[in-house]
Ligand binder design. Sequence first.
Ligand SMILES: NC(=O)c1ccc[n+]([C@@H]2O[C@H](COP(=O)([O-])OP(=O)(O)OC[C@H]3O[C@@H](n4cnc5c(N)ncnc54)[C@H](OP(=O)(O)O)[C@@H]3O)[C@@H](O)[C@H]2O)c1
Length: 273
Amino acid sequence: MMKTSETRIGFMGFGHMAQILFQGIDRARIVPRSHISFIRRDAAKMKQNEQKFGITSTSLKTLVQESDLIFLGMRPQQAEEALRQLSLVGGLAGKQFISILAGTKIEALQKHLGPEAQVLRAMPNLASQVGEGMTVLTYGPRCTPDFKSLGNLLFASLGEIAEVPESMMDIACGMAGSGPGFVFRLVDAMARAGEKQGMPYPQALKIAAQAFTGAARLISKGALPADLLLQIATPNGTTQAGLDVMTQLQVDKHFQSAIEAAAKRSKELSESR
Ligand SMILES: NC(=O)c1ccc[n+]([C@@H]2O[C@H](COP(=O)([O-])OP(=O)(O)OC[C@H]3O[C@@H](n4cnc5c(N)ncnc54)[C@H](OP(=O)(O)O)[C@@H]3O)[C@@H](O)[C@H]2O)c1
């Protein structure tokens, strides 16, 4: 059995999300930088990234040959071409792959990578940048227990992880992948309520953001939202007045519709591939 720290990781695609993952792995010292290489299409950016991150770029052939684990970090619309290039290089049987491609099923990936490839499908989110990410993961049928431990370890370096069956990936994408986007809108709306009453926007934003952070932290310590609501909403009080309007306007239902729309889009994407 190979030691985790001996794993050689190759990033195919080294854009925004791949760089965040690299930084998490690097901060957590999961593997040494000398065991990590990458490739991207833009030669100038490749040089810049080498200097910035202290890792080397390589050819696709060498990346495949020398990596135990290959991270697929391209955009969904770039995937077809990238996967074709990978299958032309060959030698993929038994290799480990991590895909963060939104709406791309393991079965579709395995058509290019071959039935022997170990495929982990992961959906991280933007908050991974600050170590507060939420990554949902689903493992393909070929994944070994060792690869599962490694995959969990890598994404745990970016925040929380949750393993789900692949049938849950669309809704998980709506909640975890797109979730921060919905929260940005809600925090902004709360801050604008303060601004409307004359408070400077930066101050209102700080207050609104901390209300979300604090509330989320209470829940992450194990408290249930329904119990916390009972504590905070005294009859005839201020919170209850606001909650009554939320009930009247069916805010919960509309918010759920937004998440369902994101999940539906993820499903449409996966069915089109
Ligand atoms: N951003 C998020 O919050 C987020 C969250 C969850 C999941 N994701 C997923 O993460 C993936 C990447 O998103 P991103 O925001 O990181 O995109 P990005 O910044 O545009 O990065 C894409 C990278 O893929 C490279 N690439 C494309 N085709 C390639 C090929 N044939 N060979 C080698 N490299 C290739 C690009 O290289 P060049 O730029 O050099 O051409 C670039 O480095 C997407 O599939 C997305 O669904 C993103």
